[in-house]
Design a protein. Structure first.
Length: 72
């Protein structure tokens, strides 16, 4: 099995979240946890970030549908 690891700048670019928000959500269990790469280096599994993004899109679209197609 092959994994692609994303470092923090890529996770920020993909998610649109700031560094502090990413770590806050990780601590709340609302964002994928990073993988320890040794020393002080961490990274995120790309597939987990993609799945999180998919769930955010689905959740956002479902909320919009519940409001007659308009989100407020």
């Amino acid at each position: 099995m092959s994994y692609r690891i994303l470092r923090l700048p890529e996770v920020i670019a993909h998610s649109g979240l700031s560094r502090s928000t990413i770590y806050l959500r990780v601590s709340q269990g609302a964002f994928p946890k990073p993988v320890n790469l040794g020393g002080r280096a961490v990274g995120w599994i790309e597939a987990e970030i993609q799945e999180w993004l998919h769930l955010q899109i689905e959740s956002s679209r479902n909320i919009g549908d519940a409001n007659g197609g308009h989100s407020r």
